[in-house]
Design a protein around this ligand. Structure first.
Ligand code: PMP
Ligand code: GLN
Length: 421
């Protein structure tokens, strides 16, 4: 046997949509509405705090499980939102982005054969992370309800409570939820969360709640934290991201908040893998949260302002997509919008890569021929569901208005050409 043979735990996990499509965007695209990152700068108050931190000497290791000022303010901030006393030293873990919080959770809590329920569409890394922990992902899809006379919204994609209840059994160890959801933008309502919470309690199951887009909830929608519901604090890990909160995805600071009996196991994985995260960035994020705490819910709050701005961008992009014949699903939250491409007639070349779903081929064609980067939505589905969901592509709207206008020009020009052909 070859000495380079990979471990069994990474079998079949070598493909990654971000690696593939970020390269495609770099190679061909003038306008990038693909990978989710803002093309504008983070607010000055966190950038200046980062520079001060480095110039002030915060360049060495800090506490392994989180820089003290950061865990303290996160405990205070989320303690207020969750109406829960949070112990900063034992119930908050600072991680290298939300990614590492998720990774620590699965490595620390999932054993061979444990089942983990994942709601489709899902942020793609949940599945490989469960598999790397030797767990068994169990998928359940949100079902789109047909609508007439109006655009579909992410609220029209619903869970069937009976189907969900049937996914729980004695092997179920955890359920992953993501609200607001990437890629759909669905915000789970209090009633939907109540159904999930009751099942978790009934079957003694953990909940990992990925809330990285927690501040970005539009219209009259409300972000409800499942950890704040009765009986859920002791079984929920809430995951957040400074990258999303402060428009600084490259800083890679995230966190996990939960009961100390769960967080202590995640600390074990953390201390034996990355040990600790960038000190200066943690200090800057701590100062950012201190500022936000003062302005919580007020117009001066960065979170508040970003939400208002993004709602306008969402509406601008949706209107543009409608005008060129794509059918957007209006997101209730987050910074992505998915659109149905089935009514756009494109003469796609046959794929040389066998069995590529239609949306993958469409996105490649759009990038190479029109210079516009997007992401295929079937990347957010398990292999058995991909074929059913190959008619949607995802657009990211956390972009400068000039970028969105350039995307609009590309789409309008393409639409005019289609009409004259
Ligand atoms: N969860 C979701 C739903 C995401 O969209 C992302 C994307 N960044 C992450 C987790 C990872 O966040 P981070 O960049 O903080 O690692
Ligand atoms: N979360 C971002 C997205 O969905 C980026 C993910 C990544 O680049 N790995 O686009």
């Amino acid at each position: 046997m070859s000495i380079q043979k990979h471990s069994r735990r990474i079998e079949g996990l070598d493909k990654n949509v971000w690696v593939e499509f970020t390269q495609l965007a770099a190679d061909y695209c003038v306008v990038n509405l693909g990978q989710g990152f803002p093309d504008f700068s983070p607010p000055n108050f966190v950038k200046e705090a980062y520079i001060r931190a480095i110039n002030g000497g915060l360049n060495q290791y800090t506490r392994a499980f989180g820089h003290p000022p950061l865990v303290k303010i996160l405990a205070k901030f989320f303690g207020k939102l969750l109406k829960q006393d949070i112990d900063p030293l034992n119930e908050v873990l600072v991680t290298t982005g939300a990614y590492q919080a998720l990774f620590c959770f699965f490595q620390a809590l999932i054993d061979d054969g444990d089942e983990v329920i994942i709601i489709e569409p899902y942020f793609d890394c949940y599945e490989p992370m469960v598999r790397m922990a030797a767990g068994q992902p169990v998928f359940i899809s949100l079902h789109p309800k047909p609508v007439s006379g109006r655009l579909m919204t992410s609220a029209d994609w619903v869970l069937d409570p009976v189907e969900l209840a049937n996914k729980f059994n004695k092997c179920t160890k955890a359920i992953v939820i993501n609200t607001p959801n990437n890629p759909l933008g669905k915000v789970l309502s209090r009633e939907e969360l109540q159904v999930i919470a009751e099942l978790c309690i009934k079957h003694n199951v953990l909940c990992i709640s990925d809330e990285v887009y927690e501040w970005l909830v539009y219209d009259d929608n409300e972000h409800v934290r499942i950890a704040s519901m009765p009986g859920m604090w002791e079984r929920t890990v809430t995951v957040g991201s400074a990258g999303k909160s402060f428009s600084a995805t490259g800083w890679k600071i995230g966190w996990a908040i939960g009961h100390k009996d769960i967080i202590k196991h995640m600390q074990t994985v953390h201390q034996n893998s990355i040990y600790h995260c960038t000190t200066g960035a943690q200090q800057a994020v701590a100062e950012g949260f201190e500022r936000e705490f003062e302005h919580l819910g007020a117009p001066e709050s960065y979170f508040f302002g970003l939400r208002k701005e993004l709602q306008l961008k969402r509406d601008q992009l949706a209107a543009c997509l409608v005008s060129v014949g794509l059918k957007p699903v209006i997101p209730e939250g987050g910074y992505f919008l998915i659109a149905d491409i089935s009514e756009v007639d494109v003469d796609l070349p046959e794929s040389t890569e066998t069995k590529q779903p239609y949306d993958y081929r469409f996105v490649k064609w759009l990038a190479i021929n029109k210079g516009l980067a997007t992401i295929p939505v079937s990347a957010f589905y398990s292999s058995n569901s991909k074929k059913r969901l190959e008619n949607f592509i995802r657009f990211c709207f956390v972009k400068e208005d000039t970028t969105l206008s350039k995307a609009e020009e590309i789409l309008q020009e393409w639409s005019r050409r289609r009409k004259t052909q």
